[in-house]
Write a new protein. Structure first.
Length: 193
């Protein structure tokens, strides 16, 4: 399958998933208030370039220093993530919550009336020619469900151990979590500036 065809197929799948609900999702907000993950946090620097392959730069893999917290009264709730396996979403969810805390962004459990923003994620893993590309789209919503901003990107993993989500390591998912929250923090800062 050509790369252009695979990308087009992924976009169609993401558009379809945006209008669907499924029971095969992980509810990140259900984890708010639980003890932090026992895995070491994996902060990345704000200026981290995207990796050339599935190998992460040292900062994304957990060797980086602290990140700057922003000044905000925002409280974010994470909607169920659509399109990925529970095994793939678990490290992403943990990283989203830890990175939000590191950046000074409050977390809100599902149904919290103090919620100011909701992040709703759609993910796809497309394998083509011994590589897998993870495409991610996050809608930033207000409490009424109106989209305020969109965060999107992709990470390509060369080689890997399998196809689709089997080829995506927890480190790649943590990197996506870092990048998502960092872009959200940048957007929040611009809204209050």
């Amino acid at each position: 399958m050509s790369r252009a065809l695979a990308t087009a197929l992924a976009c169609v799948c993401l558009a379809f998933m945006a209008g669907c609900t499924t029971s095969d999702v992980l509810e990140p907000s259900a984890m708010v208030g639980q003890p932090q993950a026992t895995t070491a946090p994996s902060p990345a620097t704000d200026a981290m370039p995207p990796p050339a392959s599935g190998t992460l730069p040292p900062a994304a893999a957990g060797a980086g220093g602290p990140v700057a917290a922003i000044s905000t009264n925002a409280k974010v709730q994470f909607a169920p993530v659509i399109g990925a396996t529970v095994e793939a979403v678990t490290p992403l969810t943990e990283r989203l919550m830890n990175r939000a805390r590191e950046r000074g962004i409050g977390l809100a459990p599902s149904g919290d009336p103090a919620t100011t923003h909701m992040l709703k994620g759609y993910l796809a893993a497309i394998s083509d020619n011994r590589a897998t590309t993870v495409i991610y789209v996050w809608d930033v919503l207000d409490p009424a469900g109106n989209r305020l901003h969109r965060i999107q990107g992709q990470r390509r993993i060369e080689g890997g151990g399998g196809e689709g989500w089997q080829a995506v390591s927890p480190d790649i998912m943590r990197e996506i979590g870092n990048l998502t929250i960092d872009e959200f923090a940048t957007w929040l800062t611009a809204q209050t500036g």
